[in-house]
Design a protein around this ligand. Structure first.
Ligand code: NAP
Length: 289
């Protein structure tokens, strides 16, 4: 029940209307008997600073940040977590003295998701498809977790080159190799973990796939698609048809939320509870009522 002690958390972005975050956080609050409510805040362009200051003035406990403000919001923070600073994107604000501190929980969220599926990064050779905001975070994750080599393939080869240079320089490891997407046939003849971090194939364009050529999928032992809607993307289907294992990105969404919730409330969410939230997400997203 909402009363005089209820704490507020929320999401700022534009748009925010399709977010699953209220389901994650309000379910956690219910399961943990926390007097906390999580709401979406649609913030217009140019109003991010005001939104952050307003949230602090209103004693808001924590804020998530989504598209298009993950970089822009950094100007409005009083402190930055080192990892978020390196990634250059913030998706979680934690209340601190005089304002908010910025974190990135997308990257550790993906790591927890990979671990929970039994996928290891250490010493792997990885194909990373994309060079946008999500791919950039994945590239950092790979660099931090001692991936041997990451072939970053992107439609705009220039962008892949810039991101690779930045990640290599900030991580102090020369492990990201940029490539043009169309040059995929030049990849070494071996098996890879492939992480699909482009927006190609996202609902409702579910027939689209980043690379059509079936021979490409023979090089993949495990495919992880950051997209979680549809449940089986065309990329995942092609990986499976070539004998590989394939996963969607719903656990990444789950764990980025759980890590934010843990930061705000200084708790550790047990795995069994995480799975209860996951089941609710699945029911909601895939209409398994
Ligand atoms: P973004 O910054 O807009 O980047 C989009 C990427 O997709 C770029 O690499 C872009 O290539 C590529 N792309 C788009 N259309 C393409 C096309 N027709 N052909 C080839 N490449 C194309 O987006 P983002 O924030 O990185 O997000 C990427 C995906 O990850 C989205 O689908 C998002 O839903 C998903 N995601 C999932 C989670 C999760 O929790 N599971 C979290 C974050 C993101 P160019 O550079 O050439 O334009």
């Amino acid at each position: 029940m909402i009363d005089g002690h209820t704490r507020t958390c929320g999401l700022i972005g534009n748009p925010v209307e399709h977010t699953m975050s209220p389901l994650i956080h309000n379910t956690l609050a219910g399961l943990l008997s926390h007097n906390l409510v999580y709401v979406p805040f649609h913030v217009e362009e140019g109003k991010v600073q005001q939104a952050v200051e307003g949230a602090y003035a209103l004693n808001v406990l924590g804020v998530n940040v989504t598209v298009p403000y993950k970089s822009q919001v950094m100007e409005s923070l009083v402190e930055m977590d080192e990892l978020a600073q390196k990634i250059g994107a913030v998706n979680t604000l934690v209340r601190c003295n005089g304002g908010f501190k910025g974190y990135n929980t997308d990257m550790p969220g993906l790591y927890r998701a990979l671990v929970s599926e039994g996928i290891e990064l250490e010493d792997q050779e990885v194909i990373l498809l994309g060079a946008g905001g999500a791919a950039r975070a994945v590239a950092f994750l790979c660099a931090v977790h001692q991936v041997k080599k990451v072939y970053m393939l992107n439609r705009s080869a220039d962008k892949a080159k810039l991101v690779a240079e930045e990640v290599n320089s900030k991580s102090g490891r020369e492990c990201i190799y940029p490539m043009a997407l169309e040059d995929y046939q030049a990849l070494p003849d071996q098996k890879f973990l492939a992480i699909q971090a482009t927006s190609v194939g996202l609902y409702p364009n579910i027939e689209d796939v980043i690379i059509q050529d079936r021979s490409f999928y023979e090089k993949i032992h495990t495919g992880y698609d950051l997209i979680y809607k549809p449940r089986d993307t065309s990329f995942m289907k092609l990986v499976r048809q070539s004998g590989g294992k394939a996963y969607h990105g719903l656990k990444m969404l789950l764990y980025q939320g759980i890590i934010a919730y843990e930061l705000w409330n200084e708790v550790s969410v047990p795995e069994k509870m995480a799975m209860q939230v996951y089941e609710r997400l699945e029911r909601e997203i895939y209409n398994e009522k």
